[in-house]
Design a protein around this ligand. Structure first.
Ligand SMILES: Cc1cc2nc3c(=O)[nH]c(=O)nc-3n(C[C@H](O)[C@H](O)[C@H](O)COP(=O)(O)OP(=O)(O)OC[C@H]3O[C@@H](n4cnc5c(N)ncnc54)[C@H](O)[C@@H]3O)c2cc1C
Length: 377
């Protein structure tokens, strides 16, 4: 394979687009709402194969499979930060410590104009704040990754597949020493078609989005799967109280379709190599679900150091760290890629049609229920 022109339904990490010296690879959303590379002018391709070399999707192995050095439960020593972050604030504290040490941080923020998640570069603690909180949609990487100066030092955060390709990129240019890579235990990413329908429905109430938070701890960490959206219809007085708030535990339709795996990327089902301890990052984080902190409502991060460099960074952060066995840290994590549920094909089709999301969800549940009944017989 000379270039990525035949690749479809990949991880959509965009690293092929940044490595291309001819600048002919664009990352677009495909028909199913997932990022995918497209070569816009194949006649300009010089067959250098760089795009193929950095692509984690087409390689069966992981670029740098390290074993677990140490694992922790951890949380920010700053209660305000801990409250704002999805779990314990490990990601923010790591970024903060590294900015102080002269690094820049490639994190993910939400772009309210385009209604998408995107990587960006933070150079100050203030700029880093936009990366707080998980955005449970695929992030667009290309504009940010293109700004990376190979001579500077960075913390790069992302899904495990984005990080695996990124590791290949820095290996290719022999600049690994300048980078610290952070990934997370990843459930998978849902289709942007789901997100676009969802946010369009919410905007009817809120007006044009001005902020989105996917997780919030007003009813505690264990019930923090709650979408909070503000829009330009918010009055000044209600700015602090998001106008739209919707909990997974109360049937939120986005979370139901996402967490029940109804419309993840094809690669999340078929080609995710990154569950459990499979990572090419220096550090992996996640929510410390499971028994140990089942009564904690402030939020605890699961933290795994895979490299000595990662471990040293963690020890410099404003984090309370409790060393815990890896098996305990990963108690609540998926061990394998999810299976496509019975409703998968229905969802794929329905998300492209003008069908309301609550109907998509209702029919999905019926399909899954009937499917299981038939299988049991
Ligand atoms: C799509 C997705 C699936 C996840 N699945 C799981 C899971 O199955 N199990 C689990 O324990 N944890 C999962 N997480 C991670 C979890 O939600 C928390 O991010 C993690 O616990 C760290 O929390 P925190 O308090 O340290 O940081 P947070 O405040 O949550 O910081 C979020 C960090 O993640 C980065 N980030 C945010 N959104 C994205 C995105 N769309 N793509 C790439 N990077 C992003 C930010 O740059 C920041 O570094 C997932 C996150 C995402 C985005």
């Amino acid at each position: 394979m000379n270039n990525v022109s035949s690749i479809a339904d990949c991880y959509g990490c965009g690293v092929c687009a940044i490595v291309c010296s001819r600048n002919i690879i664009k990352l677009n959303l495909n028909n199913n709402g997932f990022y995918e590379p497209k070569i816009v002018d194949t006649t300009k391709c010089i067959n250098c194969k760089l795009c193929v070399n950095v692509c984690a999707y087409i390689h069966d192995d992981i670029s740098s499979k390290n074993s677990v050095l140490k694992s922790f439960a951890g949380w920010s020593k700053n209660d305000n930060i801990r409250f704002e972050c999805s779990s314990g604030g490990a990601s923010y504290e790591l970024g903060q410590a590294l900015i102080k040490a002269g690094y820049e941080v490639c994190g993910v923020r939400y772009n309210c104009v385009l209604n998408r998640a995107e990587h960006y570069i933070a150079t100050t603690s203030e700029e880093l704040k936009a990366s707080i909180g998980s955005k449970y949609i695929q992030s667009y990487t290309v504009d940010c990754f293109k700004l990376i100066n190979r001579k500077k030092r960075y913390l790069v955060t992302g899904t495990p597949c984005q990080i695996d390709s990124f590791r290949r990129y820095i290996q290719q240019f022999k600049i690994e020493d300048n980078f610290i890579l952070l990934d997370f235990f990843c459930h998978g990413v849902p289709s942007m078609l789901l997100w676009k329908k969802y946010i369009a429905k919410v905007e009817k109430e809120t007006g044009k989005t001005t902020s989105v938070s996917w997780r919030n701890k007003h009813t505690g960490w264990h019930d923090s799967w709650a979408m909070a959206v503000t829009g330009n219809k918010c009055s000044r007085e209600s700015d602090l109280n998001p106008i739209y708030i919707s909990h997974f535990s109360k049937g939120d339709v986005f979370y139901n379709l996402f967490l029940n795996n109804s419309c993840l990327g094809k690669a999340c089902y078929d080609k995710c190599k990154y569950k459990y301890n499979n990572s090419s990052a220096d550090i992996r984080i996640g929510d410390m679900w499971g028994q140990t902190y089942k009564d904690n409502q402030k939020g605890v991060s699961a933290i795994v150091a895979f490299t000595q460099k990662g471990l040293e960074c963690l020890e410099q952060c404003n984090l309370e760290l409790r060393e815990i066995a890896f098996e305990t840290v990963t108690e609540g994590q998926m061990l394998k890629s999810p299976k496509k549920p019975m409703c998968y094909r229905w969802c794929k089709l329905a998300l492209k049609m003008p069908i309301k999301l609550n109907i998509v969800l209702f029919i999905s549940k019926v399909i899954n229920f009937c499917g299981h009944k038939i299988l049991k017989k």
